[in-house]
Design a protein around this ligand. Sequence first.
Ligand code: PHE
Length: 454
Amino acid sequence: MAKVAREQWSSKLGFILAAAGSAVGLGNIWKFPYVAGENGGAAFILLYLLCIAIIAMPVLVAEILIGRTTQRNPVGAFKQLSGKPFWVAVGGMGILAGFMILSFYAVVSGWSLGYIVEAIAGKFYDFNEIGSSGAHFTNLTQSVVWNVGYFAAFMALTMLIVYYGVQNGIERGSKIMMPLLFILLIILMIRGLTLDGAERGIDFLFNPDWSVITGKTVLVALGQAFFTLSLGMGAMLTYGSYMSKKDNIPISALDIIILDTLVALISGVVIFTAVFATGENPNVGPGLIFHTLPIVFTKMPGGIFFAVLFFILLSIAALTSAISLLEVVVAYFVDDKNWSRHKAVIVFGFFTFLLGIPSALSFNVLADFKIFGLTFFGLMDYISSNILLPLGGLFISIFVGWVWGFNKAVPNLKQGAEKLFDNYPWMLTLWKIFIRYFAPVLIFLVLLNALGLI
Ligand code: PHE
């Protein structure tokens, strides 16, 4: 059967926005603040920034490069470049991680959808102090119908967009919504900074206390760096596979990182000025933004309007990330198994929904069901973000640095970036050193250390 030509992004900006859409999501606005809150604030954030600069940046370039060179999904890409079962399995591990992440990611995204309705219904007017807002969140998540219902609705939205394919679905949505989200965050940041007690939030964010850092914290910072950049499981590889050879990979990677990091830091300012101004505890975990933000909105002129807008945009940011997670699985079945896009979307959307149900129940009927001290939701998050993604990053850097060979990788990397590397040849040298030595060695040490082996 003749294959239909593979889709591509319609423009250079299309790729950057879609990839930034994948990167910017709940990881920045929901997860980053609460994980930073649980891990002591500023010292954790510095570690996270360090992981982004010296590990994630070179791995991001490597991932996009593998995707663009092979024009395949993660499994197909490793098959084409190496063919060894081990490397094909690394691609498979990425697809598995994507599937696991989407299953709990869509549960939290469902909360965001649900909060649009709460905001419209004027529920936030009742919140004058943190207790009532936190209690409201707990009540909602204790309802199985609320939790599973919005989760299902969010999965349906994700499937709908992936169903329509790369250009019409993913790219179109990202182009409109991402800039709007950015503007709204800046408005919220200004509101946060003018709250009484905002300085304590800023202090928590930017004044490090190194005594709270352990080997485990370093792993969480690394996991967060991978999670927030959609790295280590082939999402960026898959998006790179729709990129034109005329586009500049290193500059695109830098744009994505700058955007993603800015959104995380701005979200941190928004949330922590609010946390300290309202007397919330920074380490309440996954409910953090749902506890604090409604109160900030009640204290703002036009608060309800901004609240509705915020949760709409948060849901969209989650959606542009969720579609990249589903797209990885779908691309594999379309490229390598000759499935139709429509069939792959329906089958895997449904399986993801099934796998996500125990995560949705982790806040109610399964709340006391713990494995290694974590709920099912917590376990899915821990295994995928802190183990599978760094492991994926480790293998990707070893593959590009040692197996594929720079003699093949570099000419591909140079396509579209000729001028950059002619003017700044040291950039290429730096990338080679980082991808070959720094990234794999550091990831390996962090993993060993967190396991207690060193
Ligand atoms: N980067 C996304 C976020 O920050 C989550 C994600 C992880 C998306 C892995 C795709 C792959 O919300």
